[in-house]
Design a binder for this molecule. Structure first.
Ligand SMILES: Cc1cc2nc3c(=O)[nH]c(=O)nc-3n(C[C@H](O)[C@H](O)[C@H](O)COP(=O)(O)O)c2cc1C
Length: 323
């Protein structure tokens, strides 16, 4: 990747150095896209939705349910973490002097600070878990929904509690965030993994595939997508054919016409078959392995690279990425 700086400059001068075609245009940032509720694209191809399980938990009950939901569905798991942890005194919910009591019975506008570390809102569906605190959702859940805009996205609340049901908490959330497409949630205390799977299936959430196919010169290679928002945003663009440019005898690259979410870091070493994002819009497919000092965000990886270099050739091949 020694030539990436030159490459970026050359691209700026030439305006377009490779062409993307077929699938939907990436002009719109994936975060701005709103899928249909069935999450199918206009061509009728099934597209697995991207699902986030986001959960606040004080004593671990709801977190354990969240972990099972994420592992069954293949969803991304995220713990909503208060900036200042709730002390163990909050376990005594009859004590009106505790922070939890004060927040829940204080102004509804209270928004305890959280650690805002979620990698964007490029999810179609959010399973939002929390314990019931004094009949309601803890205020940190509201902070989470204030911090990340899920307008137009499907959010399904789930709770654990001593005995209280979900309905009051769900209605309060619904009226506070009317732009979210709320679906009926449930109290999930003590459900087995198979019962949780049944619950997910009832919501139309099944295991997400991380499979992708990369086709070049009539030869197809199986690939897996990374578990990150970059890969999910890339997957949303598929199928897509990129007219890729040769660089350095080790990679083919193409700039998309729009940006994808990115969180670049230096991988140290590039392996043949790596599919990376350079910057926020340059898709790079590597066919040689070497050490690198450049930073990328992983999109995915071709699992068996036999024949990849030959198929890509020495020129500028058209490469199709599909699910
Ligand atoms: C501050 C506080 C308030 C609570 N209020 C209620 C309540 O109103 N109704 C109820 O059924 N359980 C209540 N509980 C019990 C929790 O909802 C229940 O233990 C839950 O499973 C805890 O989830 P967690 O381990 O994920 O924090 C309360 C617990 C705490 C700590």
């Amino acid at each position: 990747m020694r030539c990436h700086l030159l490459l970026a400059l050359a691209f700026a001068l030439l305006h377009i150095s490779c062409v993307q075609s077929v699938g939907p245009s990436p002009d719109i940032a994936p975060e701005d896209k709103t899928d249909t509720p069935e999450n199918t694209d206009p061509s009728g191809n099934d597209k697995p939705s991207s699902v986030l399980v986001a959960c606040f938990s004080f004593t671990g009950n709801t977190w354990s349910v969240a972990q099972t939901l994420a592992s069954i569905s293949g969803a991304t798991l995220y713990r909503i973490t208060p900036a200042v942890a709730y002390g163990s005194d909050n376990s005594n919910y009859y004590d009106s002097s505790t922070r939890a009591y004060q927040e829940q019975y204080g102004p509804a506008s209270a928004r305890p600070e959280i650690q805002a570390t979620l990698d964007g809102t490029g999810y179609d569906t959010v399973l939002l878990g929390f314990p019931i605190w004094y009949g309601k959702a803890p205020r940190v859940v509201f902070t989470f929904l204030d911090t990340y805009d899920f307008s137009g996205k499907t959010v399904i609340p789930f709770i654990t509690s001593g005995s209280t049901g979900i309905s009051s908490a769900a209605s309060e959330l619904k009226s506070a965030y009317p732009a979210i497409d709320w679906k009926t949630g449930d109290r999930l205390n003590g459900r087995s993994a198979s019962a949780l799977q049944e619950w997910l299936e009832g919501l139309g959430i099944s295991k997400q595939s991380t499979d992708m196919t990369v086709t070049v010169a009539g030869k197809s290679f199986s690939a897996t997508l990374a578990d990150n928002s970059t890969a999910r945003a890339f997957a949303d663009l598929l199928p897509m054919t990129l007219d890729m440019e040769e660089l350095n005898g080790n990679e083919k690259y193409c700039y998309l016409s729009g940006s994808l979410p990115s969180a670049p870091s230096n991988p140290g070493r590039i392996e043949a078959g790596d599919i990376m994002l350079f910057g926020s819009s340059c898709v790079v497919l590597f066919y040689e392995s070497f050490n690198t000092s450049y930073s990328y965000t992983r999109i995915g990886k071709i699992t068996d690279t036999s024949g990849l270099k030959a198929a890509l050739g020495s020129g500028n091949p058209a490469v199709t990425f599909s699910r």
